[in-house]
Design a protein. Sequence first.
Length: 64
Amino acid sequence: MTDHRSRSTEMNLMNENLARAQMSARLGEAHQMRRGHQLARARRLSRKAERAALQARLALARAL
């Protein structure tokens, strides 16, 4: 009976370790996706700021 119980406990531990590894992998994927989205957003904002600066320079040049 104890042999059966130890195998059952061992299987439970293996399943817990597998679930933990899968959860860790999913968290890693989520962090990578979030970083990718943040980078894309930063690039968009940078281009927007560059366009605004160019428009300001053009407006200043026209005013002079």
